[in-house]
Design a protein around this ligand. Sequence first.
Ligand code: NAD
Length: 306
Amino acid sequence: MKILVATDKPFAKAAVDGIRNIVEGAGHTLALLEKYTTPQELLAAVKDADAMIVRSDKVTKEVVDAASNLKIVVRAGAGYDNLDLDACTSRGIVAMNTPGQNSNAVAELAIGMMIFMSRNCFNPGTGSELKGKTIGIHAYGNVGRLVAKLAKGFDMNVIAFDPFVDNAKVKADGVTPVSSIEELYEKSDFLSLHIPATSETKKSVGTALMSRMPKGACLINTARKEVINEDELMEILEKRPDLKYVTDIAADNQTALNEKFGIRVFSTPKKMGAETGEANVNAGLASANQIVKFFATGDKTFQVNK
Ligand code: NAD
């Protein structure tokens, strides 16, 4: 089988070497398309691929239609909103992600962002500490759980809201589940966002939730820009000069936000949550292993288009 790694933003070399070992060791062929600059390059590369590994690369219907041999596509990462699942499903292509493989990298970044914002983006002046503050975890999945664990190390009070996770599991981690999303925002000095971008969550965080946050609160977004209502974010930051916003995914109106709110807002220049050597290797190798297992045994454990 021909397995294509199509990465506009390439994996670290160690990850590519590891993927090659796994793929070739199982008797398959590896093809690499890195740093491509036009969609046409991707369309040409997928033509005879049986499997594909991508990162944030967009697997559109056009890509799926061009890939007549494709049987499986794996998104090396957690969020899979870059895959057109309907297009995959209608062609019988299995779509997977690699949950948990980059979670630690993202969780560490979220903590770093909190410290950075608490210390005035490292500008002179009096900052504040994390100790004793309340952090709200919005979605208690792989990343949310790790942020909670790290935050406890800073002696923070950790609360969480996730309607799809059993509260007993949350409590077992020493984290307090709250009964509503409104309560989560009302109690959180720091609110760490970990919801996926879905039709339900897109633009779901805006005035209604942020206006409930306590004085001086900070919203940390390492999830997706799409979950924020950006017009309302602009409005609430204007109305509430005490609130702060830090994100790993620049808003469409980030320049305007920066100009208007100075060090109350910050965005990483390019999404870097999963950009560690460790996460690269973890997610890359997991992708390759999942594909090899799928071809060998039909295993679909991490399928997301069921
Ligand atoms: P995950 O699938 O392990 O967890 C997602 C959690 O969201 C689940 O527990 C689920 O129950 C919960 N959830 C779903 N809908 C919800 C809703 N409406 N309200 C509350 N909770 C809801 O995913 P993860 O690995 O924790 O990653 C979370 C998100 O972070 C991903 O979807 C991705 O968009 C983003 N992410 C960003 C980076 C980055 O580089 N910044 C890297 C990895 C993941």
